[in-house]
Design a protein around this ligand. Structure first.
Ligand code: PFF
Length: 452
């Protein structure tokens, strides 16, 4: 029943290639910039514990769900819904995925531009004052353009020669750099206070808000709820095992997030800084920490280089979603699609790039309780829409396409998944997709939108 990928859409050259590319998408600013500061704001170890539960119980089943939709249809998110059920109104979910990836790409690239700016300035021995830097439009716009340019170059080269090849180079490099920074961070005097803050849970800090933040962070970090895993699943050959592949991706992503905390907290505590300093933790607090460190200049260069690399393997995946849509549905050429979407993302990214002081209008605008264009789109798209899409995907597969069809797809290449016994992985997975995911996500969404 499933259509195999055809023509020049492309496919992964190897199992490792898929795992590295999908992990490259998952591991990004979300792990190294967002995860530590959200952990810092939400009480440390107790948050980490809830986060792990969200990854295993909600994130992983949905990740496999998306891979199944992608491989069964061999298509981009829009084609995946159309291809698995003709005429379904759920096709709207596919369009939402394409829009979401485009919008988030536009502002994710702004933040990625900051990491390039910090890397370059440390190489040149210049000290950046965060507020001055991000409000400087003559720096923000070229950095945004340069980062999107790199992204388009890789995507233009295609699935195997671009995304897979670069992920194979960049991901091991990234892991190595993470380990170097951790080595430096945990051997600082006074670092253990940070380690214990990070590892000893204080469950009195838990409340509903912490749970919401943990689930939102899991979707952001795993690249689940964006149609990304649908797209990457569509490049997967039938004999590949998507269960073990999915587990590897979730494991790698979670490991790097946890390691991200080991880079940040020991250093922050060793120098008496505040772990709850929010989004500025990476860009303001850490440079101050690096300055006081022996060989801090070198550590700073490595750190910001690492962040740029992590951001790049994620941004290429975000660009790939709208590109695959244009390729499949509009018969565009890969090169044209990559540059047109990146160009549009630049134009749409301008207000975000100017929203930290570059333009009064974009910096001061308020909506949904957020201030500034970047924060507003991050809330509406990166926070709310991703949860809505995850809900729609689980309801669609659970109740419309039916878990039975999905299980047939997943079991190809993963023979142990559906062993026909009373309790099988397939049955547990189906239970989560039909009941647990929709109920938990629906509740979280309700709380987010209507809760106090
Ligand atoms: N998972 C990425 C991160 O943690 O930074 C962000 C991301 C990339 C989300 C690609 C979605 C996506 F399609």
């Amino acid at each position: 029943m499933s259509m195999q990928t055809t023509g020049d859409r492309g496919h992964w050259g190897s199992r490792l290639g898929f795992i590295l590319a999908a992990s490259g998408s998952a591991v990004g600013l979300g792990n190294i910039w967002r995860f530590p500061y959200i952990t810092g704001e939400n009480g440390g170890a107790a948050f980490v514990f809830i986060y792990l539960l969200c990854v295993v119980l909600i994130g992983l089943p949905l990740l496999i769900n998306e891979l199944a939709l992608g491989r069964a249809s061999g298509k981009n998110p829009v084609g995946a819904f159309r291809g698995t059920r003709e005429g379904t109104p759920f096709v709207i979910t596919g369009f939402l995925c394409v829009i979401l990836c485009f919008v988030v790409l536009s502002y994710y690239s702004v933040i990625a531009g900051w990491t390039i700016g910090y890397a370059l300035s440390t190489v040149m021995g210049k000290k950046l004052v965060f507020a001055d830097f991000v409000s400087n439009a003559t720096l923000m716009l070229p950095l945004l353009a340069v980062f999107l340019g790199f992204t388009a170059l890789i995507v233009q080269a295609g699935v195997q020669k671009g995304i897979e090849r670069w992920s194979k180079i960049l991901m091991p490099l990234l892991l190595l750099l993470v380990l170097i920074i951790i080595g430096r961070s945990v051997t600082l005097e006074g670092a253990m206070a940070g380690v214990s803050y990070y590892l000893k849970p204080d469950f009195s800090k838990l409340n509903g808000e912490v749970f919401l933040m943990a689930l939102g962070q899991a979707f952001f970090s795993l690249s689940v709820g964006w149609g990304l895993m649908i797209t990457y699943g569509s490049y997967m050959p039938k004999q590949q095992n998507m269960v073990s592949g999915g587990v590897w991706v979730a494991f790698t992503d979670t490991m790097v997030a946890i390691l991200g905390g080991f880079m940040v907290f020991p250093a922050v505590f060793a120098f008496g800084m505040d772990p709850a300093s929010g989004p500025a933790l990476t860009f303001q607090t850490l440079p101050a920490v690096f300055e006081k460190m022996p060989a801090g200049g070198l550590v700073a260069v490595i750190f910001f280089l690492l962040l740029s690399i992590a951001a790049l393997t994620s941004s290429i995946s975000m660009l790939e979603v709208p590109v695959s849509y244009l390729l499949d549905e509009k018969k565009a050429s890969r090169t044209a699609a990559a540059w047109i979407v990146a160009g549009c993302a630049f134009v749409f990214g301008v207000p975000s790039a100017l929203s930290n002081g570059g333009s009064r209008f974009f910096s001061d605008m308020e909506l949904f309780g957020q201030t500034g264009f970047l924060n507003i789109v991050d809330y509406a798209f990166g926070t709310i829409l991703v949860v809505v899409i995850s809900l729609l995907c689980s309801v669609y597969v659970g109740w419309v396409w039916k878990t039975r069809s999905a299980i047939r797809e997943i079991a190809e290449g993963a023979p142990g998944f559906d062993n026909g016994k009373a309790v099988s992985l397939a049955k547990i997975w189906a239970f989560f997709i039909r009941f647990v995911c929709p109920l938990v996500i629906g509740y979280v969404l309700y709380q987010k939108l209507f809760g106090g």
